[in-house]
Design a protein around this ligand. Structure first.
Ligand code: ADP
Length: 344
């Protein structure tokens, strides 16, 4: 096992033997036992020194590399070799650090793999539900329901709703894929929040009316321009206002509020007095496909991806989503963006 030490010992002993013979040839007389003792002592010392200095630590490096090779990171232990060690200590430390790095990479790959499988499973589940519904309604219509005017109308509407859901899903999945691949490019420029909120509120008027929800805009006229990607912030507002209407009751209210806060930031809040969210669900809201009430979300055309997209967009603006909610009383979703000082 300790062949390095043994080889070194044999070489030193051999060298000593040659030296002793040379001394003898030079006429210096040493007793034979003395010469043998000298050779043996030198060989043994060489063995001990080499073994102590090199072999033990080389063995440690070898064992660590073997663990890495077997992906056995459980037993990968930091070698407490003194910091001011020699090159060999540095090498062992390097081997250990490599092991730690490989372990981190493996964990990351496992996490991504797990995530990918879960995502694919979710996507296939999300696709199946509307496709099965469409197929079911179409088959029932073809099997005779086409002749019943009332059933016909309602089934075609259901087919249309499910097709809409598929469309929403395709759109949100495309968006998530772009975000995941790092293709979410922001064009930061100053823009008027008031103008964007006006447009968003206007576009949601029909939906709000159909659900008997009042929609209000309380962004002050004199708010300074804010910095961000206008179209992406519009997307954030669209998702939040859409949710505030969807998860509301008839007679409910939704307000978009903005105010200047210290450190030149504008805090934007979408306030509703709708169904609210139980505290234990709040931290999961931005997870992909998470819904508090799946059937309610689906019946409203929800994909469970909206808030995940919102989180990414706000993250790209160095901002984050703030959520306050109380079940049965309503929710406030908010975020902050920096203002841009106007010239002059
Ligand atoms: P979805 O497409 O289901 O609306 P989101 O990612 O936008 O997906 O939202 C995730 C879930 O968070 C929703 O399914 C809903 O349960 C909950 N949620 C979001 N906004 C609100 C809100 N304003 N009030 C109550 N619940 C909400």
């Amino acid at each position: 096992m300790h062949s390095l030490s043994l080889k070194a010992a044999l070489r030193v002993a051999g060298a000593m033997g040659v030296l002793v013979v040379a001394i003898r040839l030079a006429g210096v007389m040493l007793p034979v036992w003395g010469m043998v003792l000298l050779v043996v002592v030198m060989g043994a010392s060489a063995y001990a020194v080499i073994h102590r200095l090199l072999a033990e630590r080389l063995e440690l490096a070898r064992a660590t590399l073997e663990q890495i090779h077997r992906y056995d990171f459980e037993n990968l232990e930091a070698t407490n070799l003194d910091e001011e060690g020699d090159e060999l200590n540095a090498l062992i430390d390097q081997v250990y650090q490599t092991g730690v790095g490989v372990e981190q990479k493996m964990r990351e790959l496992q996490r991504i793999e797990h995530y990918r499988r879960e995502f694919l499973g979710n996507v296939s589940h999300e696709l199946k539900t509307p496709i099965f519904s469409i197929r079911g309604f179409a088959e029932t219509l073809l099997d005779g329901a086409l002749d019943d005017e009332r059933v016909r109308q309602s089934f075609v509407e259901k087919i249309q709703r499910n097709a809409e859901r598929l469309g929403n899903l395709a759109e949100d999945l495309g968006e998530v894929a772009r975000i995941e691949m790092g293709e979410l490019k922001m064009t930061m420029e100053p823009f008027s929040l008031l103008r964007v909120v006006r447009e968003v509120v206007e576009s949601f008027e029909p939906l709000a009316q159909s659900k008997a929800v009042t929609l209000g805009n309380q962004v002050p006229e004199d708010l300074p321009p804010i910095a961000g990607d206008r179209e992406r912030i519009r997307q954030v507002l669209t998702n939040l206002v859409d949710n505030a209407i969807k998860y509301n009751n008839a007679g409910g209210h939704v307000e978009v509020v903005a105010r200047l806060v210290p450190s030149s930031q504008v805090k934007v809040s979408i306030v509703d007095d709708g169904i609210g969210i139980e505290p234990e669900h709040i931290k999961r809201l931005t997870e992909r496909f998470f819904r508090v009430d799946t059937s309610r979300s689906r019946s409203q055309g929800g994909t469970g991806l909206g808030l995940a997209i919102v989180k990414h967009i706000l993250g790209a603006h160095d901002s984050h989503l703030m959520v306050e909610s109380s079940p049965g009383r309503g929710s406030t979703f908010g975020f902050s963006l920096p203002t841009v000082r106007e010239e002059g």
